[in-house]
Each structure stands twice: as C-alpha cells, then as structure tokens.
Design a protein around this ligand. Structure first.
Ligand code: ADP
Ligand code: MG
Length: 247
C-alpha cells in the first residue's frame, strides 16, 4: 500500500507564504470571524455569519445541515474557491484569504485534495490519465514516477483494473473512487469533499465513506459535507450549519 503520509518540508517549499508562516501552536485549519454575503438582484444574502472554526491535523470532520444552510459556501471559502466577505482563513500557516488567484491555484494544488458530488472526471481521458493530471500541473513528481503513483492510488481505492478505461465505463461508485484517487495525486495534507456520496446508492456510499475513514486513519485530515446523518455520526466530529451559523 502506498504511503499517504506527506512530507511537510517538501510540500511547503516553492509556494508563497505571507505573514507569519507555519505556527505549530495553531490548528491546521482555522477560520476566524468568517462571513460571506452574496449580492444578488434580490438583495444581499448572508450565507455565512461570523464563523469561527478550528480543525486539528488528522481529524475527520463531517459538516451537516439542511440544503441552503451554507455547507458548500463554507467549503468554497475554506478551499479558496471563493473568498470570504470578511474574516480570515488560515490553513497550515498560510493565510488563504490573502492569496491572489495565481498563488491560490498553486497552494490548492499542493495542499488540498477536493472531491465533488458529481466526480468531475474528464470524460476523454482514461481513469489513469485523470489521476495523473494533477501531478502534471504540480510538478512534484518526476514524469516517470507519475504513472506508477497514479496506478498505486488506483490500487489503493480498489479500481486498478479500470486504469485504462474511460470514466463513462465505470459505475458511479468506481468513478467516485477514481475522483478520490485523483484528489490524492499530489499527496495533500487535507482532503475536502462536498457530498461525495450524494449521488451514490447506500451500499456504494458506505464503501466510499470507508475509504475516507481509511484516509483519515492514515493521517489525512478529512472534511466531508454530507446529508447522511448515519455516515456523519461515524466521523470524529460533526459540525452542523443552520442559516450560515454553526449550531
Ligand atoms: N453564488 C451565489 N449567489 C447567491 N446566492 C448564493 C450563491 N451560492 C449560494 N447562495 C445561497 O447561499 C445559501 C447557502 O448555499 P450553499 O452554501 O450552497 O448551501 P448548502 O451547500 O448547505 O446547500 C443558499 O441560500 C444559496 O441559495
Ligand atoms: Mg451544497
């Protein structure tokens, strides 16, 4: 089995740090007074209201709440996909809210694995090529290491026999496993998933969830948005959002 541990020194070299850098006393993920307001033609809408949140390295955190409670907004702000209207997001010593777009892309590629509900595999690439792609962007592994590593990750998630197939030839659960393998391509410290089992039947959802549990057990920090209270109750911690607030 391929090691899922990361080398911190290796991963933090070469991308910009602003501010104080890594502070060992700080939680791995820290949100301070984070608010997000969407400005729409119908008026302003507060999707996140003064969120304070600290997550330690190695935690498995489930984020639950009704549709529209702000779960995806929280994930987007945390991953730098979207910016907070106010407040601070610190991840592994990096003030994410201060990075510009170019810095964000580099930082995200090296630090986060992101898994979406609808897999978002590229349909014209094979499964192996999909898993290899983030390595080609990040340049952390040599060209010859990449295929071997992609294959190891497919083995890790149990779908190596589909390596040379197109995503459309796989079942939903297999595609999500491929998406998880892809999220691990650059050996991120943190895996963030928004409704990863939302499009899967209960049995397959269970298998994908077990895979995330294994990642957390191996030392990854895992954040999972889910509608499934049974699955959430098996995470190390459950955070419930309601109308943009943690309750
Ligand atoms: N880009 C946007 N523009 C305006 N309103 C938005 C936007 N994205 C989300 N919202 C609103 O913010 C609230 C929270 O959305 P979201 O974070 O997607 O909730 P959840 O993921 O919990 O279903 C919802 O009321 C949604 O309609
Ligand atoms: Mg959502």
């Amino acid at each position: 089995m391929i090691s899922m541990q990361r080398s911190v020194a290796n991963k933090t070299a070469g991308y910009p740090r602003i501010g104080s850098g890594t502070d060992q006393a700080r939680p791995l993920i820290e949100l301070k007074h984070v608010s997000k307001t969407y400005h729409t033609v119908a008026g302003d809408f507060s999707a996140l209201k003064n969120i304070d949140l600290a997550i330690e390295s190695g935690e498995f955190v489930a984020i639950v709440g009704k549709s529209g409670s702000g779960k995806t907004t929280l994930i987007n702000v945390l991953t730098g996909i979207d910016r907070p209207s106010s407040g601070e997001v610190h991840i592994a010593g990096t003030p994410v809210h201060q990075l510009d777009e170019g810095q964000l892309a580099i930082w995200r590629g090296a630090t986060l694995g992101i898994v979406f509900q609808f897999f978002q595999l590229l349909p014209t690439l094979t499964v192996l090529e999909n898993v290899r792609l983030p390595m080609d962007f990040c340049n952390q592994y040599t060209s010859s290491e990449r295929n071997e590593r992609a294959m190891s990750l497919l083995r890790l998630v149990g779908i190596e026999e589909f390596a040379h197939q197109l995503p459309s030839q796989l079942s939903g659960g297999q595609q999500q496993s491929a998406a998880i393998a892809r999220s691990l391509a650059n050996d991120p410290q943190i895996v963030v998933t928004d409704e990863p089992t939302g499009n899967l039947d209960a049995h397959t959802a269970e298998q994908v969830f077990d895979l995330l549990i294994r990642l957390a057990a191996s030392g990854k920090t895992v954040l999972m948005v889910t509608h499934d209270d049974d699955l959430a109750s098996r995470a190390g911690r459950v955070i419930t959002l309601q109308d943009g607030e943690i309750v």
